[in-house]
Design a protein. Structure first.
Length: 116
């Protein structure tokens, strides 16, 4: 595969992803903003849509960070285990530490939603 063909595929996949995000925003966003007429949340806790968006951002950042950490730690662990197979249990510990980021994001999202 040539470099130019590879670049075209990358641009095409990014454009398809952006289009899918835009279309899903038009499909799923109106129900969130339609709840403005009825006061669902107490006045002290803010507007419901912003609370839900904040919880989604907290969880998604934790999941993305965990994915990046696991990819880096997992690649290094597999490389180290190919040279020394006996360090497999230690590598698993480091991968589990990276998985903890998802748990922190999930707990943060639950704490945000618990304020509603």
């Amino acid at each position: 595969m040539t470099t130019q063909m590879f670049k075209k595929r990358i641009v095409l996949s990014l454009a398809a992803t952006a289009l899918a995000l835009l279309l899903s925003g038009f499909v799923f966003t109106p129900p969130i903003f339609a709840a403005e007429a009825a006061p669902v949340v107490a006045a002290s806790s803010g507007d419901l849509k912003w609370v839900v968006i904040a919880a989604a951002i907290a969880f998604s950042f934790g999941a993305i960070a965990a994915g990046i950490a696991i990819s880096n730690v997992g690649a290094a662990a597999m490389g180290a285990m190919s040279e020394k197979p006996e360090i497999g249990s230690q590598a698993l510990i480091f991968i589990a530490l990276a998985e903890g980021l998802v748990v922190f994001g999930f707990i943060t999202a639950l704490m945000i939603l618990g304020k509603v």
